[in-house]
Design a protein around this ligand. Structure first.
Ligand SMILES: NC(=O)c1ccc[n+]([C@@H]2O[C@H](COP(=O)([O-])OP(=O)(O)OC[C@H]3O[C@@H](n4cnc5c(N)ncnc54)[C@H](OP(=O)(O)O)[C@@H]3O)[C@@H](O)[C@H]2O)c1
Length: 364
């Protein structure tokens, strides 16, 4: 099959130094494998689309190809594809051959080298959900395409779901009127999170620093806070929300200042929920913002730092949100990239400026 594999170490990401570890999927680098035996509750998928995530780049940088447990590692977490075989323990009422399913692989799979940038993928049925055929919110008029679904059901969409679940808000009715800020609202996670919060009835503001980002935040139902027009953005937030403070801040961009200054714009009983751990992979913010006592200088607001473990609960919740019309679109950054263009697509993701999801067409 055609699959991207990491074949040398020393990853540098810039246009002049394109991912030297990745060989293009030519005949010489394509992996040849015989069809695997499908055991247990696994599904064999023929992949149509994969979506890229910042965590792919961390793994490519931190885990070289020569580690003994990583032979010809293939990157990528998110996938959308057609079921072409099912293991004996798969419930036939749930999944059958020819269903189109989406999801994200677990970190263990990708560390070992089994990624989604491959034509065929063997995956546990507990990691997938069926792709809805139509958007619930548009009375079944519009088809949900694989390129839109792959990011929604992948790491980004499942992380957005986890962030919403972490608020502890029990029912959709309780979301009405809640005031939320999404920091990094135009990115893969932020664009999905903004839609979910808006769809549940919250009032949502989203930060972005570009005209395309403003357009995207508005499309997702958020009100724009442009951090380039208002510098420092924390002073602007204090002006905007000083009188009527926010219930939740969702940080998808990793801003320590935004948390440190939060008493000026986040309610006392509000929550600051972050997914971006920065260079220390979360250790520094966790100790500083969660473990440190207030008398030693911690900001007196609740801080959560989340790590998604993809699974049934989050992937199926994405499906429910699409069917209920809470999620109305999957935002793709520019055009879908062809499999051969992966290095350029990773450079686009690595720029930190992607709007929505960076998506690859793997096959038909
Ligand atoms: N903990 C977890 O389980 C988990 C899961 C998923 C992702 N993450 C992490 O969450 C972060 C976001 O992921 P993603 O997939 O959404 O990334 P992404 O798609 O690469 O996000 C890119 C977006 O970030 C925005 N941005 C960059 N700097 C910003 C700033 N200073 N303030 C506001 N927005 C800014 C950019 O918008 P502008 O160009 O408009 O500024 C761009 O649209 C990454 O650090 C990722 O590693 C963690």
């Amino acid at each position: 099959m055609r699959a991207w594999t990491l074949t040398s170490a020393g990853l540098t990401l810039s246009p002049s130094h394109p991912l030297p570890g990745s060989a293009p999927p030519t005949a010489s680098s394509a992996t040849t494998q015989s069809q695997p035996t499908i055991t247990g509750n696994n599904l064999l998928l023929k992949i149509t689309h994969a979506a890229l995530n910042p965590v792919d780049l961390h793994i490519l940088r931190l885990f070289p190809h020569w580690l003994p447990f990583r032979r010809n590692p293939t990157p990528g977490f998110d996938f959308c594809g057609r079921v072409i075989g099912a293991g004996p323990d798969v419930d036939a009422n749930e999944f059958t051959v020819s269903d189109v399913v989406c999801g994200a692989l677990g970190a263990g799979d990708v560390f070992w080298g089994k990624g989604s940038l491959a034509e065929y993928l063997l995956v546990s049925s507990s990691l997938v959900a069926k792709k809805p055929k139509t958007w619930g919110g548009l009375n079944g008029r519009n088809e949900v395409s694989g390129e839109e679904a792959v990011g929604l059901f992948g790491i980004a969409g499942q992380t957005a779901v986890l962030m919403v679940q972490t608020t502890g808000v029990a029912s959709d009715a309780d979301w009405k009127g809640k005031r939320c800020l999404v920091n990094g609202a135009s990115g893969g996670v932020g664009s999905i999170l903004t839609q979910i919060l808006k769809g549940k009835g919250a009032e949502v503001w989203g930060t972005t620093g570009s005209a395309e980002g403003e357009e995207l935040v508005t499309q997702c139902g958020g009100k724009v806070v442009n951090y380039k027009d208002h510098h420092p953005v924390t002073a602007h937030l204090a002006e905007l929300f000083g009188e009527d403070k926010l219930d939740f801040i969702f940080d998808c961009a990793g801003s320590q200042d935004m948390f440190s200054q939060s008493p000026a714009y986040l309610k006392k009983e509000g929550k600051f929920i972050s997914i971006a751990g920065g260079p220390s992979q979360g250790v520094v913010p966790y100790v500083k913002n969660k473990l440190r006592p207030v008398w030693l200088g911690r900001t007196p607001r609740e801080f959560e730092l989340l790590l998604l473990i993809p699974g049934k609960k989050t992937v199926r919740e994405v499906g429910r949100l699409v069917e209920e019309g809470v999620l109305e679109r999957g935002l793709v950054d520019g055009a879908v990239w062809e499999m051969e263009e992966l290095v350029k697509a990773y450079e686009r993701l690595g720029s930190g400026r992607a709007k929505g999801k960076v998506v690859i067409r793997v096959g038909k």
